[in-house]
Design a protein around this ligand. Structure first.
Ligand code: NAI
Length: 252
């Protein structure tokens, strides 16, 4: 096994929304890189047994903690549970996210609020809950999963784009607040990635999206997880406050 495969050796990692999709791949790659992983979602991953097997084969542990990112108390107590049992946390990945798409004229206030709550406020609460421990330890890495639409905007996604753009401003400010404590904060902005979130799109729309991507295809969750794992590791020790688009060239 080479050093890059064990780039997170012994690190304690929290991933929000690791039950499927991109988050699930992040959990897997962190385990393979030598981390103990705590993932937070409303229900346990359907492949939790697989994750446990992967953890065991790497001499690590994976723990599911029930949490609703839309509920402040739930997020705070889930993070506290990790801090109490693991004695600290080295990496936080805010990955949980939802969409409630619609043109603004028809968008319910509830659709706006739900999206802001999970994608932005949930990340704020999780960050707030880990920063004291990370600052005290004088080290840590936070990776927030935004989206290319937080950079470019997208018709029908005013709520989601606002939340994802908000996450970028939030992360840059937090990076400045925590830099003196060697806590790095970065953003990964995925383009179109094959997951449940995008499986609702018709073949026609998928083909037209692929045509607009310079690399000519929709991305895979693994390709996002690779970048997150790198940013979480000490190999990215001089990178903070950055937004890395992983989008096949969409936003160049
Ligand atoms: P997904 O729908 O497959 O998975 C979302 C994850 O978030 C699940 O694990 C789910 O349990 C969790 N989650 C949702 N609401 C939650 C809540 N209230 N409490 C706790 N957990 C909750 O989505 P996907 O595609 O894996 O997306 C992951 C992240 O990547 C999201 O933040 C999404 O906005 C972002 N993203 C995805 C893109 C894509 O094309 N799939 C593109 C750009 C960004």
């Amino acid at each position: 096994m080479n050093s890059s495969e064990r780039a997170l050796e012994g690190k304690r990692v929290i991933v929000t929304g690791g039950s499927r999709g991109i988050g699930n791949e992040i959990v897997r790659q962190c385990l393979s890189s030598g981390a103990d992983v705590y993932y937070m979602s409303r229900s346990e991953a359907a492949d939790h047994a697989d994750l446990s097997e992967l953890a065991a084969s790497n001499g690590r542990q994976v723990t599911w903690i029930a949490a609703d990112m839309a509920d402040e108390q739930s997020v705070s107590s889930a993070v506290k549970q990790v801090l109490d049992t693991a004695g600290g946390v080295d990496v936080l990945v805010n990955n949980a996210g939802i969409t409630r798409d619609g043109l603004i004229m028809r968008m319910k206030t509830e659709d706006w609020e739900d999206v802001l709550k999970v994608n932005l406020t949930g990340a704020f609460i999780a960050c707030r809950a880990v920063t004291r421990a990370m600052a005290k330890a004088r080290g840590g890495a936070i990776i927030n999963i935004s989206s290319v639409v937080g950079i470019t905007g997208n018709a029908g996604q005013t709520n989601y784009s606002a939340a994802k753009a908000g996450l970028i401003g939030f992360s840059k400010s937090l990076a400045r607040e925590l830099a003196s404590r060697t806590v790095r904060v970065n953003v990964v902005a995925p383009g179109f990635i094959n997951t449940d979130m995008t499986s609702v799109l018709s073949d026609e729309i998928r083909a037209s999206i692929s045509g607009s991507i310079p690399l000519g295809r929709i991305g895979e969750a693994k390709e996002i997880a690779e970048v997150v794992t790198f940013l979480a590791s000490d190999r990215a020790s001089y990178i903070t406050g950055q937004v890395l688009a992983v989008d096949g060239g969409m936003t160049m």
